[in-house]
Design a protein around this ligand. Structure first.
Ligand SMILES: [Cu+2]
Length: 159
């Protein structure tokens, strides 16, 4: 599946459920969690490791972090595991919807600015401005990984 099609499918799914929940008003360019940030505005880097553990879990380390509203962070990733992993951040409901979509289309790839996928040993980064205060989530949505523990929370606190 190519990303444009997937994006369209995801957007219609998100719009439909936003409608149902009555929470409306999603822009396609800016998620509630924020937007791609400018490297010059980065105030802090958070190093995030993706890995499998000896007892069969898959995890992000750290699994939670806190950001001040309006802050631009560099999220710097390394996949220390032996399989591909990804990081997607969004509202909790949107993460669950996206996870469901990934289960239906396991080969789907995305180039969304709020997501990154890394091969074993891979490194990458997301520069992101956290525009809105609130509780957000992240996860690896490769089928089975979220259930194995690859999930976490981002608290964006008001200044
Ligand atoms: Cu994973």
């Amino acid at each position: 599946m190519k990303s444009r099609l997937i994006t369209a499918a995801l957007m219609s799914l998100a719009t439909a459920s936003a409608f149902a929940a009555g929470s409306g008003d999603h822009s396609h360019d800016e998620l509630r969690i924020g937007r791609a940030g400018k490297p010059a505005e980065v105030t802090r880097t958070i190093d995030i490791v993706m890995m499998e553990t000896d007892d069969g879990k898959m995890v992000f380390e750290p699994a939670t972090f806190t950001v001040r509203q309006g802050e631009t962070l560099k999220l710097s990733f390394v996949n220390q595991g032996e399989v591909d992993h990804e990081f997607v951040m969004d509202g909790h409901e949107a993460i669950l919807e996206h996870k469901e979509l990934m289960e239906r289309f396991p080969e789907m790839e995305h180039d969304d600015p709020n997501a990154i996928r890394l091969q074993p040993g891979g490194k990458g980064e997301i520069v992101w401005t956290f525009a809105t205060a609130g509780e957000f989530s992240f996860g690896c949505l490769i089928p089975g990984h979220y259930e194995s523990g690859m999930k976490g929370d981002i608290a964006v606190v008001q200044n």
